[in-house]
Ligand binder design. Structure first.
Ligand code: GLU
Length: 309
């Protein structure tokens, strides 16, 4: 049995909202600094199409790192797992998402996993297409299909704001290029990556994508197998081991579902075989996860025994 009514969920959201005061919105991408720290919303999407929601679920936010799990699925479908894992590993790092530390110690240089920036940049580099525009268009239509919402687009302002300030990500790219993990123009890759991160949607869309992952790549509402089962399985694996930054171990212990968060405050949850979850709460804890979003998931997990372990 899980949360059945908006009212039930609203009470939990109001309780969790008080935690927003202990976090802070990300501002290293200047445009993200404009978010309202007290925002908190959640949507839960069930296979039969029912949706239980609370908070301002129409409010849009950018995917940021949540896009990493989607681009991974896309590239695995484009190129197959042996080619992808030749260039990126499968191990959690325990370091912050943008750290360069372990990369320098790996011989040969290979990002430890696709959820940290170094690994995600290598994955985005593998998106096929003739130009940045073409590659982004392909990824965006995949995201629209996953959310079953053809209106999804990206925030030019946030993409531009990140492009102008992405020097650490450029540094990761130049390091990877020197070690033959990347080729071509670093700025083109940063252009594609920042657009990918700036894809915008609301909690309802995010919960729908979470549902597709929860159902092993199958969308029960359109009856389409959008992602092959094996690819969905790989993605959920990474969501468990590295989806919540260097708090993934604690998250698995306390909440116990595959999930991926982003620095704009989104969290996508995929409760295997049961439902998808979309959360937005831009006030972040020190690891970069939505502080109230984590509280909310912890309350839900305890109350409804969500843990898969
Ligand atoms: N676009 C962000 C970056 O690369 C994504 C970070 C995140 O959400 O963790 O810095």
């Amino acid at each position: 049995m899980f949360c059945q009514t908006n009212k039930e969920l609203e009470a939990l959201v109001e309780e969790a909202r008080s935690y927003t005061q202990y976090g802070k919105v990300a501002d290293y991408i200047p445009a993200l600094g404009k978010a309202n720290p007290t925002d908190l919303s959640i949507s839960i999407n069930y296979p039969d199409g029912r949706c239980v929601s609370a908070g301002d679920v129409q409010k849009k936010f950018t995917l940021q790192s949540i896009s990493k799990v989607i681009s991974l699925a896309f590239v695995l479908m484009d190129r197959g797992s042996s080619e992808v894992f030749e260039h990126v590993g499968m191990e959690p790092t325990g370091d912050p998402f943008n750290s360069i530390a372990k990369l320098e110690k790996m011989i040969p240089a290979k990002p430890l996993n696709p959820m940290i920036n170094a690994g995600a940049l290598v994955v985005t580099h593998m998106i096929k297409g003739n130009s940045v525009e073409d590659r982004f268009k392909r990824l965006l239509s995949f995201i629209q299909e996953l959310a079953n919402d053809a209106t999804i687009s990206y925030s030019e302002g946030i993409a531009q704001s990140e492009f102008e300030t992405a020097d650490l990500n450029r540094a990761l790219c130049y390091f990877l290029k020197q070690h033959n993990r990347l080729d071509g123009s670093v700025d083109d890759l940063i252009k594609l990556y920042t657009k990918q991160c700036a894809v915008e949607m609301n909690c309802l869309d995010l919960a729908h994508i979470g549902l597709v992952f929860a159902m092993n790549g199958f969308d029960p509402q359109t009856n389409k197998q959008i992602i092959p089962q094996n690819v969905a399985r790989i993605c959920k694996n990474f969501m468990v081991t590295c989806g919540m930054y260097n708090a993934s171990g604690e998250f698995a212990m306390k909440i116990g579902i595959p999930a991926k968060s982003g620095v704009a405050g989104g969290i996508m949850g995929a409760t295997p075989g049961r439902f998808g979850i979309g959360i937005f709460g831009p006030s972040l804890d020190e690891k970069g996860n939505s502080i109230a979003g984590i509280q909310l998931l912890e309350m839900l997990s305890k109350k409804y025994s969500l843990s898969m372990f």
